[in-house]
Design a protein around this ligand. Structure first.
Ligand code: RUQ
Ligand code: CUA
Length: 690
């Protein structure tokens, strides 16, 4: 009976989701109907609105532009005049753009793109500079250079469960990798590749003091790159939850101290780390407990349907502290040089438990004090709330049933605290400082605000109850509130990260941006109006975190001349003013250059064809924003040197000819004169003709 209902829901809801609009707005084109479009835009829906040349006072301008009083209020709430800083900084994943976005709130201005998994020329990342090349190469697979990623869930480093503004982690769903960004200079310092799996999704989530960075798997395979046919799925395929040890001192992941838990070949999904009451535990959702293997012929069942048969999948409940003890005690095996905690060990030692979760669960979010876990079911109408205390009691009660792999199964009724009816397709949940949860509703295209229960309710409001919903455009995935997944959410701003933008922006062709919509959750009583639309035109962002801007203490310039951003220290070997040189030793040539407005020293490098060149260059500026570039024509060499920074490039001068190099940043009036010549003398006269 329940299954029939579910199949019905899929049949009805999936087409709606695909059209990407609120139900009442859909016609068969997937576009809101014209009359609704104009209703949404206010009375004056004339597309050719007056532009900048509107004279008069605020009321007159507003009326000429067709802005309602609410529009004007929204503008006033979000507008930053020149020089006014944003109060919050949002770090958003850049999706399959492979980068990170840095966005100011409430202005929603894009402040920076952080080159992360993919070469990025403005930052000179991946174009010859040795440090960046080494970071990118650190993320290569065994037999494949990887130069893109699908970034999903960023995690800011935490101290005692609060963002500390020091580091940022982001996972790559496509290739099972993790990047570490140092927030002193907003640069990527490390990429690690998971040695036992090539895919993930439940990452990155940090423990409250950032001892561990959690990477939950997704599409199960034989671990370690082995082969097995799909007919052996149940026995040979496995999932993983990988725990990366973070060395805060070094600012690096330590793979030697990291480990993976072997788990059944369900598809693990999002995770979250326990905090306060539940610190030391980790919770991960799963889907495909059906062990569907896909449709390969006419008789097969496709994944979409095969992996949605069961009413319940399993939340994975992991005693991480216990797991770490077992790892320290050597109870691990090794695969590709990486520590694995075998499934049977986790079962025997009480490290892993399951509890049922309804209807294709997705988001998994621990409440601020750590006593509840909120799970969204993609095909559900409810968010399901679990109690950590009840989970512990169910574990203590023992007498378990198990799943097919022998993992103890805690009864749903014993662990569940409440089911909160919110609407269709609840995904992810964030929190505020007033005891409310905020859940994205993908199918409804809405954000729901609802009351938490227990110690969060001091206002007499009924617990576990929907309070209000705001429609968003369209098909919201994640959402983020200010510090909304920490132990002390701020209760300000909510960004709805919408998958579809359809008709919200000027037409830029068939590939559309996503739409970040800013909602005011603080000042409007129970209402949560949408007050800003921000197009995101660089890959599909998933999760984001929003940190109070004053927690970030980034360098304004590098602290000393000759700074190596990789070691975060002065390179004693860095060229400085007066130490520039070109030194030849056989066919090895070492060039030591400096850059300062508006010249390089030296300005000529004379090479012979076939020379092995090592070029060190320092930007010896100390002024803020005095960045210089270093771009050599047709050599794929392009550096960005921030004030104080030193970089190294190595190349072989294979091609004879004359190659100007120049500064790519318009740094001064005589920037065009900031140039040099690299001359490569041919090894024979004939070679000089290209
Ligand atoms: S997942 S919404 Cu990684 Cu929810 Cu994208
Ligand atoms: Cu330096 Cu232009």
């Amino acid at each position: 009976m329940k299954r029939t209902l579910q199949v019905l829901m899929i049949a009805v809801l999936v087409p709606m989701a695909v059209f990407g609009c609120r139900r009442q707005d859909v016609d068969t084109s997937g576009q809101p109907r014209a009359e609704e479009r104009s209703a949404e835009q206010g009375d004056d829906s004339d597309d050719a609105r007056p532009g900048g040349a509107v004279a008069g006072n605020v009321d007159e301008i507003a009326s000429a532009r067709g802005l309602s009083p609410d529009d004007v209020k929204a503008a006033v709430m979000t507008y930053n005049p020149s020089g006014k800083m944003d109060e919050y900084i949002q770090f958003a994943s850049g999706g399959h753009g492979g980068q990170m976005l840095v966005i100011g709130l409430p202005s929603m201005r894009l402040l920076k793109l952080i080159a992360t998994f993919t070469p990025e020329p403005w930052q000179g990342f991946g174009y010859g500079g040795e440090a960046g090349m080494a970071v990118l190469d650190g993320g290569n697979a065994a037999n494949q250079e990887l130069r893109w990623a699908d970034t999903h869930h960023p995690a800011l480093s935490e101290t005692a469960g609060d963002y500390d503004g020091q580091f940022l982690f982001i996972g790559d769903k496509a290739n099972a990798r993790l990047a570490v960004i140092d927030l002193r200079d907003f640069e990527t310092k490390q990429i690690v590749k998971n040695p036992i799996s090539d895919g993930d999704h439940g990452g990155m989530f940090v423990t409250p003091n950032t001892e561990w960075v959690v990477e939950g798997g997704q599409y199960s395979t034989p671990l370690g790159g082995a082969y097995a046919p799909m007919s052996e799925y149940k026995d040979k395929y496995r999932g993983h939850i990988t725990f990366w040890k973070f060395d805060r001192e070094k600012g690096r992941i330590d793979p030697e101290q990291s480990f993976a838990m072997e788990v059944p070949p369900y598809w693990q999904d999002l995770c979250d780390a326990g905090k306060l009451e539940s610190e030391g535990w980790v919770f991960c959702n799963s889907i495909n407990t059906e062990l569907a293997t896909g449709k390969a012929d006419a008789d097969g069942v496709n994944f979409e349907s095969g992996a949605s048969q069961n009413d319940m999948d399993y939340m994975h409940i992991v005693n991480l502290n216990k797991a770490a003890e077992l790892v320290a005690a050597g109870k691990t095996t090794e695969l590709n040089g990486f520590k694995i905690l075998p499934l049977q060990t986790s079962i025997d030692e009480g490290v892993l438990y399951f509890t049922p979760e309804p209807k294709s669960p997705h988001g998994n979010d621990v409440t601020p004090k750590g006593e509840y876990i909120v799970v969204g079911g993609k095909l559900d109408q409810n968010a399901t709330v679990y109690s950590f205390k009840k989970i512990q009691a169910a574990i203590a009660a023992g007498n378990f049933e198990t799943d097919d792999y022998g993992v103890p199964l805690l009864p749903f009724d014993a662990t569940m605290e409440a089911q909160v009816e919110l609407g269709l397709g609840p995904l992810h949940t964030q929190f505020d400082d007033k005891g409310y949860g905020y859940t994205s509703l993908f199918l409804d295209s809405a954000v729901a605000r609802w009351t938490l229960g227990g110690s969060y309710r001091t206002d007499g409001a009924e617990p576990w109850k929907l309070v209000t919903k705001t429609p968003v455009q369209y098909n919201i995935g994640h959402l983020a509130t200010a510090e909304g997944d920490t132990v002390s959410p701020d209760g300000k701003w909510l960004v709805a990260m919408n998958k579809w933008s359809v008709d919200r922006f000027n037409n830029v062709g068939p590939l559309l941006p996503q739409n970040f919509q800013l909602l005011d959750i603080a000042s409007g009583g129970v209402q949560m109006p949408v007050i800003y639309d921000s197009p995101i035109g660089v890959g599909e962002p998933h999760y984001a975190q929003i940190i109070k801007a004053d927690k970030l203490k980034a360098f304004e310039t590098y602290p000393e001349i000759g700074w190596d951003p990789q070691t975060m220290a002065v390179d004693p070997d860095a060229p400085k003013a007066g130490t520039e040189s070109v030194v030849r030793d056989g066919n090895n040539v070492t060039v030591r250059l400096t850059a300062v407005r508006s010249h390089f020293t030296p300005e000529r490098i004379e090479l012979k064809q076939g020379d092995n060149v090592t070029l060190h260059i320092t930007n010896i500026e100390t002024a803020r924003d005095a960045t210089h570039g270093f771009a050599v024509s047709v050599h794929n060499i392009n550096l960005s040197l921030e004030p104080g920074e030193t970089e190294t490039v190595k190349f072989t001068a294979n091609q004879p000819g004359v190659f100007p190099w120049y500064c790519t940043e318009f740094c001064s009036a005589l920037h065009l004169e900031m140039v040099g010549y690299m001359l490569v003398e041919p090894s024979s006269a004939a070679a000089s003709v290209r």
